[in-house]
Write a protein that binds this ligand. Structure first.
Ligand SMILES: C[S@@+](CC[C@H](N)C(=O)[O-])C[C@H]1O[C@@H](n2cnc3c(N)ncnc32)[C@H](O)[C@@H]1O
Length: 229
């Protein structure tokens, strides 16, 4: 059977694509401050479901209202802003390798939450070995591994970024902390195969509507929470 976890490359896997994308979104925002840009997987209510998941699991593992969180490949920062709106008030960090994304997210933050200091944004490539990062209670990914997988980039000679990704996540997690990821490019089984390790174990999953086509059942999207043991 074909290994569908190895995806073809695409422009969505390049920094240039995201720089252009967020530069355009930022100029739209400047013209119309109500337009804070695209919310990835909005059709599937993924953002709402991820936030609901964290609320339903409050005070389990390290999930608390004031816990620290990092959003990998934060884009316009929408997930973090919504978490704040829903009452999460701990230190939050949005990281993205596109400086244009970070500039855009900071401008939204200044305009919508003036003076609020607990959501910060940083421009960094999560695979950069010199990136100085801390450890968090919750690590979030909405669509970022999907984009990364389309880059086809190899690290240290021959290791694909997808293979290295779980190590990056592990480094960012405190013990007993949760990594919550949503993907549309990988099935639940593929995502577990990619992420699970001796220290990262599947904890819970989020349910999405199931479709049936040609006798095969599936979902268009999946969200999985892993715990660092
Ligand atoms: C599909 S978008 C998702 C954006 C956001 N999470 C959302 O849900 O709207 C993927 C994001 O990952 C970022 N990204 C891709 N590779 C990255 C890397 N190596 N380090 C940091 N950010 C990266 C891109 O700039 C882009 O903002």
């Amino acid at each position: 059977m074909e290994d569908t976890s190895k995806l073809n490359t695409s422009k969505l896997g390049t920094k240039e694509y995201w720089d252009d994308f967020y530069a355009l979104e930022n100029s739209n925002f400047k013209e119309n401050p109500g337009d804070t840009g695209e919310c990835w997987f909005a059709d599937n209510d993924a953002e709402e479901k991820m936030i609901e998941f964290l609320m339903d699991n409050l005070d389990q593992q390290n999930i608390h209202r004031d816990c620290s969180m990092i959003d990998l490949g934060t884009g316009n920062g929408h997930l973090l802003f919504q978490l704040h709106e829903e009452g999460f008030n701990g230190p939050m960090m949005g990281v993205d390798y596109s400086e244009k994304s970070v500039q855009f997210a900071r401008e939204i933050s200044e305009s919508q939450f003036p003076g609020y200091e607990n959501i910060k944004f940083e421009a960094a490539d999560i695979f950069d070995p010199n990136w100085e990062c801390s450890a968090y209670d919750v690590v979030l990914d909405k669509g970022t591994l999907d984009a990364i997988a389309l880059s086809g980039i190899k690290l240290d000679g021959d290791r694909s970024v997808v293979d290295v990704y779980p190590k990056v996540v592990e480094k960012l997690l405190k013990k007993d902390s949760v990594f919550l990821i949503t993907s549309c490019n990988f099935t639940q089984e593929e995502l577990i195969r990619i992420v699970e390790s001796d220290s990262l174990k599947v904890w819970k999953t989020i349910d999405y509507p199931v479709f049936e086509f040609g006798g095969v059942k599936g979902t268009t999207i999946c969200s999985i929470a892993f715990v660092k043991r």
